[in-house]
Design a protein around this ligand. Structure first.
Ligand code: SF4
Length: 234
């Protein structure tokens, strides 16, 4: 007999507790201290997979609570997903990796850190069974889409085994990639895919859906403004 929704909710809570207690990268010498960050409910039908938390998230303990989170919320609003219905939020690695030694934003987690953290993400997705996964930035796209240039992935959508994958750039305040108008157009196309996927979930109307009231989303222009600054993370 399968797990009930209550069982799955409790199992996810226990999984989050185990993730938050993880110190594997400290033991392996990659981090001075671990503060894993993850958030979401078993009812979430959309999951966001980012790269890794930033310094602000280290303080708040909430994924996407810094400047990149504000930009992500703007993107989600353009796709009709409001603040009250934020998707499940996780990342390829769940601890702040520190600043890049070259000064170009946050350090990209090493392949070993990605491998150490992978079982957590695998367990989250196996339990949550999201219908839509938003891939934010290069590391998430590498893992679920394949190693391709960002411009080959963003703006496209792929369905595998009933799960819709939508690649997006990382919303870090940051991404020089978005300075190119052609790339912003790709993001606009990507957000249109998010909007369509969220509407399809609404029509299915089982579990938690992720849509803002229709009149709010309809009023928002579906275009992406040029980012204000750049720190190099894509
Ligand atoms: S990044 Fe992942 S594997 Fe490494 S300590 Fe944090 S939770 Fe554990």
């Amino acid at each position: 007999m399968g797990l009930t929704s209550t069982d799955r909710a409790r199992t996810l809570q226990r999984l989050h507790a185990r993730i938050r207690a993880c110190t594997k990268c400290v033991a392996a010498g990659y981090l001075e201290r671990a503060r894993p960050v993850v958030a979401g409910s078993i009812r979430d039908r959309i999951a966001i997979v980012g790269q890794a938390p930033g310094a602000v998230e280290l303080t708040t303990g909430q994924p996407f609570s810094g400047r990149s989170g504000a930009e992500l919320r703007r993107w989600l609003a353009q796709a009709g997903i409001d603040e009250d219905h934020l998707p499940y939020r996780t990342a390829i690695t769940k601890c702040f990796p520190g600043k890049s030694p070259t000064g170009g934003g946050d350090r990209r987690p090493s392949p070993t850190e990605v491998a150490l953290c992978r079982p957590w993400l695998d367990q989250e997705l196996a339990l949550l069974r999201p219908r839509v996964i938003l891939l934010l930035g290069g590391l998430a796209i590498d893992r679920f889409w394949g190693k391709v240039p960002l411009e080959s992935a963003v703006g496209n959508v792929r369905r595998v085994d009933g799960v819709t994958y939508i690649p997006l750039p990382h919303p870090s305040g940051a991404s020089r990639w978005l300075n190119d108008p052609a790339h912003r157009e790709l993001l606009t196309r990507g957000l249109a895919h998010v909007r369509r996927a969220a509407r399809a979930l609404d029509r299915q109307a089982s579990g938690r859906t992720m849509r803002a009231p229709r009149r709010t989303s309809a009023a928002l222009p579906l275009s992406v403004a040029r980012p204000k600054s750049a720190d190099g993370r894509r």
